[in-house]
Structures are given as structure tokens and as C-alpha cells.
Design a protein around this ligand. Sequence first.
Ligand SMILES: Nc1ncnc2c1ncn2[C@@H]1O[C@H](COP(=O)(O)OP(=O)(O)O)[C@@H](O)[C@H]1O
Ligand SMILES: [Mg+2]
Length: 360
Amino acid sequence: MAGVELHGIRKTFGDVVAVDNVDLEIHDGENLAVLGPSGSGKSTLLRIIAGLETEDAGEVRFGGVSQKGVPPHLRDSAIVFQHFALYPHLSSLENITLGLRHGIGLGKKEAEERARDIAERMQVQHLLSRKPGQMSGGQRQRIALARALARRSSIVLLDEPLSGLDAQLHAVLRLEIAQLLRSVGATGINVTHDQLDAMAMADRIAVINHGRIEQLGTPDELYETPATLFVASFIGTPPMNLLPVTDAGESSFGAFAPRTGVTYGVRAEDLALVGEPLADDWSLSGVVGLVEPAGRDRVVQMTTAHGDAVAFRCGPAETPAPGQRVTVAARPEAVHVYDTASGGRLGNARTVDLGIGVAA
Ligand SMILES: Nc1ncnc2c1ncn2[C@@H]1O[C@H](COP(=O)(O)OP(=O)(O)O)[C@@H](O)[C@H]1O
Ligand SMILES: [Mg+2]
């Protein structure tokens, strides 16, 4: 078993900086998700860990041992790709054992034993005799995963292995994978653009943007205190409302908190409809637009006089009608304060000096 350390990893393709000075330490047995939008460098980073791509600078270590110059098949890692390829003319059993026999040189008997063992753990024994054409997308993906896990590598690398599957299967498989990785004690690195996948599967999440890690933390830490405007806008459904203050000290909060150069962030679930806000509440007024059912709640969109679109949640009984003018308020602790230029978090509206009470 082994943890993974990344030290100053950098990779460029021509003018494109795909991975920009990434430092990460993934503990032995941990499930880490690397979460970011398309093109943010996730696959490149994973391929560098697997040895399929060579870093321009920096070093990858497995269990403290540098992997410089170690080819992919000699690394203690297995990778599952987004577009996995099973051999169409081979059964699942043959697809799984092929990698074990040619990849790590096991004999036929031992390879089959391992294949049956992992198939049992994944409850896909009944699929072992089928060829890919005789299975659904989800079943094929389970077999592709079984093939990777049968190697019994200490480190399992997953490159969006669930994209392309329908939402329901997606939700089932991501939990299965997370459980399976825990049960075999593997260190898992799962790259995804899907925050729900990351939240459901990972012990910790590294949010990546333009090849840089913007924040590393538990799902709760990322949700509760996003370290940057990017993370704030990327995590949460709907994303956090971000309300910049103009150079004149105006924002959707009016001239109430006129500190220039900051952006206020408040989540839909931290805003509540109010008649008369409490003295130190942060309130926003606007005109209701779309109302979206969200399970037990409604997500209501409104537009403030300042021109920001703001989403808030409310119960079905109190849902206002489109066109209605409403006021919502949050506690100051729930109002995040970001530096607009750098995107970094300064604190919340209780802890940061915002010049409240000073005329703009
Ligand atoms: N082999 C390559 N040649 C040129 N550019 C590449 C290559 N691989 C990736 N890139 C570029 O590097 C950036 C990161 O790509 P990638 O790691 O695939 O992102 P992600 O997996 O997050 O979508 C993108 O701008 C992509 O176009
Ligand atoms: Mg990718």
C-alpha cells in the first residue's frame, strides 16, 4: 500500500500550461477527487501519475519512492479511463485475465482466480462469460473497473469513469467504487468535473482550475468555506451568489457595506425570506423571476435593483410569485467576503472590516 506525493508538477503543451506547479499529498488508503472544469488539466495530471505522460518539472512519489523514469507498467498503479476499451471478441473473464497475464505476468490459473475474486466482490460473476456486446454500458463499465482492480495495485487512478452513464447508474456506481476502493485499501485518485461525484466519493477534494489547485479540503470544508471565488462558484447547487461591490461602494446590499474591491458571496440556502430583517442581518431586495422546484424546497431567482441575479431557497408554502418584490436576509456569518482581484477569501461579514456605517 502506498500514498502518493506530487511535488511541483508542471506540464506544458506548446503555449498551454496544462498543469501548473501542483503540490499534493494523498494519504495511503485515501480517496481523493480532483475536481475541475473541462480543460483544467485533470487528465494530464492523472496521466503523469500513471507514467503515461512525463512531467516537465517536479516529481511523483509512491510510498515515498520517486517514480522518475519508471514506465507505466512497472508503477504500482492502475488507471481506468473515461473511454475504456474492452476487447469486443473476448469474454469479461478473458478481458480481465488478459491484463493480468500479459501486464503482470500471472499464470492462467492465478489470473482466473483473481478475476473471479474481484468479480465476486463486485457482484458481476454472472457477467464473466459475456462479451462486451452482450452487456449494458453500466455492466461494461463494471468489468472495465474489475479489470483495473484485479491488478491489486496500491494506487487506483480513475479518469471520469462514469461520464456517459445515466444519472441513476452514475449515482449507484460512484458509491460502489468508493466502497470497493475502501474495502481493498487502495489509494484512489478520481478525476471528475462533477461536484456530486467528488462529494460522494472522496475523503478530500482538490479543486483544480487552469492547472492549479485552488483548494484542497474535505467536502464540508469546500462547501462551508470556499477559499476562492472560483471554488465558491463551482461547488454547490445552485452555485453561491456572488455580489461584487463597485468602485462607488455600491452592491446589491445597497450602500450598506461599501468596501470597494470585495465581492460578497452568499448561498441560496443561507438566505431566508423576511418581512423586517433583524438589525444586523444582511438583506437584499429584488423582483422574483423563475421559481424552480427542488425536492422539498423551491429555488427562487430574483433580480436586485443593482442588477445581480440572486437565488434563494424557500418552502413551497411561502414561495413568492414571479414579479413579486421580496426581501431576503442572511446572518453576517453566512456572508463570505472575497478579494475581487485575487479571488481569495478574506473572511465573513462578521470578521472582516467592511466600513459598515460609513457613507460610500
Ligand atoms: N497531448 C496534448 N497536446 C496538446 N495539448 C494538450 C494535450 N493534452 C492536453 N492538452 C491541453 O492541456 C489542457 C488540459 O487538458 P486535460 O488535462 O485533458 O484537461 P481535463 O482532463 O481537465 O479536461 C487543455 O488545454 C488541453 O487542450
Ligand atoms: Mg479529462
